[in-house]
Design a protein around this ligand. Structure first.
Ligand code: AKB
Length: 368
């Protein structure tokens, strides 16, 4: 990684990286690692494949559950456990020098509304624990630790449908009054990331600067051909498509005129890796919007019907989940991501269906 590679900060010792990253534990030396949390989730799978395809052989993954054998085989080590478990993180640090973190673990928007305090513990407590780990790692091995964090359109809060219609493409710094616990958590973690990057231990006499290089994307709803999400509120789009491919009827929990931005999973993974690799000098912000297309739920249902003529989609809005989606913008302005790190999604709405979703989902369910 020529551009986004390790940065040495002033006054800190250079240790094992003088010889370059190494994967196996050698005597008392710890191995270099890129840490991926939430590795078993939808984004985690794609990200681990993407990192492996880019030649990374130092992937250390954490998830609450055992990973699929195929994903496990791409990692140099996997840990089963909770990111809030200090003992687990301690064990990990005994073995690895963490150089880069992709912190994906989170409770999504729908699930968080049933257990908001748990969501706060995982989404905020987990994130601050990992930011601290990143800062401590940087102090101990002498290189800035890159911390890549996916936030979400849930960070926005459109006060009502009139304001949503009048502001169809929201910029990063507008309408930041999220309605959900998940949105509050994501927005606060964006601020935490910026704080650790710019001001961590601001007044401490032994303060070191440049410990953490925080980079964040706000994902729109994500649609994967390989997996169906759970616990989110943008889930209606992928659920509708997967149900049609399986020959199942689907009752959509939002109105047909509901509109939020979406992108395909491969485009989300590519954008995340591009941001991670970007030259720090090219980045003008810590937090970037991303999007590819913004169809209404009715337009998605129509495309599903074109590709799966037997699809039975009905609209049976759930008042609360509808209110959550109504609080998210109809579209976002991602011009900063395009200008700063070359974000260019491969899939517009047509290509998403014709080139990615329909062929892959068909073969997924044909294989049984
Ligand atoms: C959710 O629905 O909670 C997520 C999101 C939009 O961040 N997919």
């Amino acid at each position: 990684m020529a551009h986004g590679g390790p940065r040495r900060f002033n006054g800190a010792p250079m240790t094992s990286t003088e010889a370059g990253p190494h994967v196996a534990v050698q005597g008392s030396r710890r191995s270099s690692a890129v840490l991926v949390t939430g590795a078993g989730g939808e984004v985690g799978h794609g990200l681990i494949r993407g990192l492996h395809d880019r030649g990374r052989r130092d992937i250390v993954a954490i998830d609450l559950r055992e990973l699929d054998p195929e994903i496990r085989s791409l990692c140099s080590q996997t840990f089963v456990g909770d990111i809030c478990d200090a003992m687990l993180l301690g064990r990990l640090l005994a073995m690895y020098e963490v150089r880069e973190v992709f912190h994906l673990a989170a409770l999504l928007s729908t699930r968080s509304e049933f257990t908001p305090e748990t969501a706060h513990d995982v989404n905020v407590g987990g994130t601050i624990g990992l930011l601290r780990l990143a800062a401590e790692q940087a102090r101990s091995h002498g290189e800035t630790v890159k911390f890549v964090f996916p936030s979400s359109i849930a960070a926005y809060g459109m006060p009502d449908l009139g304001t949503k219609a009048a502001n169809p493409r929201v910029r990063e710094d507008e309408f930041l009054s999220p309605a959900t616990m998940y949105g509050c958590n994501k927005l606060y973690c964006e601020h935490l990331g910026r704080y650790y990057d710019e001001r961590y231990r601001w007044l401490a006499k032994d303060r070191m600067a440049d410990l953490v290089d925080f980079r964040c994307v706000r994902y729109p709803g994500l649609i994967s051909a390989d997996t169906v999400p759970s616990g989110g509120t943008s889930d209606y789009a992928p659920e509708m498509i997967h149900a049609a491919a399986k020959g199942e009827s689907y009752a959509c929990f939002v109105r047909a005129d509901t509109r939020i931005p979406f992108m395909t999973m491969p485009d989300a993974i590519e954008a995340t890796l591009q941001l991670a690799e970007a030259d720090p000098g090219a980045l003008t912000r810590k937090v970037y919007n991303l999007t590819s297309f913004s169809p209404s739920a009715g337009e998605i249902a129509e495309l599903v019907r074109q590709h799966f003529p037997a699809a039975e989609t009905t609209f049976e809005p759930d008042e609360q989940r509808q209110a959550i989606v109504d609080s998210w913008p109809a579209d976002v302005d991602d011009s900063a991501a395009r200008a700063d790190f070359g974000f260019t999604p491969q899939h517009d709405l047509r290509a998403a269906f014709e080139d990615y979703l329909v062929p892959r989902i068909r073969s997924l369910y044909q294989q049984g």
